[in-house]
Design a protein. Structure first.
Length: 261
């Protein structure tokens, strides 16, 4: 049975005002359900909790909050809203999902690492879709993952998947700014390729990461022997087109060719 990690970025799941886009969540759940029913085990690494909570609490927060306090508050509220949405959408598809919250610190020991791996193996073996996110209520500054791109790379290597799909709000890695008509999408990245001259250091409006982090994680995971694709999660049927059909003529993406294991 094939096994895939799908990382869904904040900008894929939220509207420009920071509120949760229920239609976007529903469309992606439909695709994950289709993959699952086709015999593909899918692990979802999802962003969106902080952005979701920020939208839910708009106009209700008194005074100015520092970065840590606002992140803790928004994630505490947003995580409930986000996982509730996932739970109900998967249930409508006849599929059970389960929440896995983790931190960088909690994976610092071999015992904790193996405990989480075993938990997720049991979930997959019993037909449960793991919904993984960083526990932002207790993760602060130096204890945080760089972003969920880093977390998805760790999950991909931990669970020995065949493919990591990183969904952003652009089609992949470009030779320049994606907004520049002269820039071209890089379709394939071979092992040991240097992308530093192409990638901007700017980050998305909702998430912590940017294409610099995504490409770094993608290269690291590909170097370990796992295939990686960066694609646009806003495109309809993006997951099914990539995982089930693998036809680059259907949808554009950047493919990181894996090194030999």
């Amino acid at each position: 049975m094939r096994r895939v990690v799908v990382k869904i970025g904040s900008n894929v799941l939220t509207r420009p005002d920071g509120t949760l886009d229920s239609g976007a969540v529903g469309g992606l759940v439909d695709q994950v359900a289709e993959l699952w029913k086709a015999g593909v085990q899918v692990i979802v690494v999802t962003s969106g909790a902080v952005a979701s909570g920020r939208g839910e609490l708009a106009g209700r927060v008194d005074g100015e909050l520092d970065d840590v306090s606002s992140r803790q508050l928004f994630s505490a509220v947003g995580q409930i809203k986000l996982i509730d949405r996932y739970y109900n959408l998967f249930r409508d598809q006849g599929i059970v999902c389960g929440q896995v919250l983790t931190t960088k610190e909690s994976l610092g020991s071999e015992e904790a690492f193996l405990n989480q791996k075993n938990c997720m193996e049991v979930m997959l073996a019993n037909g449960v879709v793991p919904i993984v996110n960083e526990n932002d209520t207790i993760s602060i500054t130096e204890l945080m993952f760089t972003d969920n791109d880093e977390l998805s790379g760790l999950m991909a290597k931990m669970m020995g998947v065949d493919l990591l799909v990183i969904l952003s709000n652009i089609d992949g890695v470009y030779t320049g700014s994606p907004d520049d008509p002269a820039s071209e999408l890089i379709r394939e990245v071979s092992p040991n390729s240097d992308l530093s001259t192409y990638i901007q250091t700017s980050r998305s409006s909702s998430g912590r990461g940017g294409m610099l982090t995504k490409s770094r994680i993608a290269r690291e995971v590909a170097a370990s022997g796992t295939e990686v694709i960066i694609a646009n999660g806003k495109r309809p049927n993006i997951l099914t087109d990539i995982v089930l059909h693998r036809d680059s003529s259907l949808v554009p993406f950047t493919h990181f060719i894996p090194a030999q294991k």
